[in-house]
Design a protein around this ligand. Sequence first.
Ligand code: PRP
Length: 212
Amino acid sequence: MSSQKIRIALTKGRLEKQTVALFETIGFNCAQLNSKGRRLILPMDDYEVVLAKPADVLTYVEHGACDVGVVGKDTILEMGGTHYEMLDLGFGRCRFALAGPKGVDFFHGFHERVVATKYPNVAKHFFERKGMDVRIVKIEGSVELAPLLAFAHAIVDIVETGGTLRENGLEVIEEIAPISARVIVNKASMKLRRAAIEELLNNMRLAAQVTG
Ligand code: PRP
């Protein structure tokens, strides 16, 4: 059995605060995490916590650089990959949606449709399921801009409050998938360090129930 600490990859940014709050609910000492400065690896009780961008959390867990990860279902749906998805933490709730200019029937007519998105794989699978041939263009941020500039007919993006769509004259055309924070585990770690990981997952599950 490895004496190395279990390493947990946390998604920086939107999910970070709620994940740390969850660890505090469990009773873990998050002092280092709360005053991290520019440090990227932080000790937390018997664990080592790593802070990374969403896609990197998936990469590190898939390749065993980290045993456990907390990441949004949006990243999991977009990137796929090999890991166990063990737990829905219930926070970071939002949804993937197809959205476009208010009052315009996206599905009407036979012209080529252009869809802008930060999530080309999610968009591709959505339109494949519908049997629709659509040109998907990858955009890096503020995707809502694309239909406003008449660059795209619609977007596939995350909708949380719906505020960004509303303030830009756009609306949801169709919901695609619900999103929330998930706990993923490296496949080999799950075999080799099962007891320790199950204990962590149980603690996270109970704390998520309390805070949720
Ligand atoms: C996300 C998403 C939408 C917005 C949705 O963008 O891409 O633009 O949040 O949230 P709302 O429904 O509450 O308005 P993010 O803030 O991550 O920035 P980005 O567009 O620059 O990627």
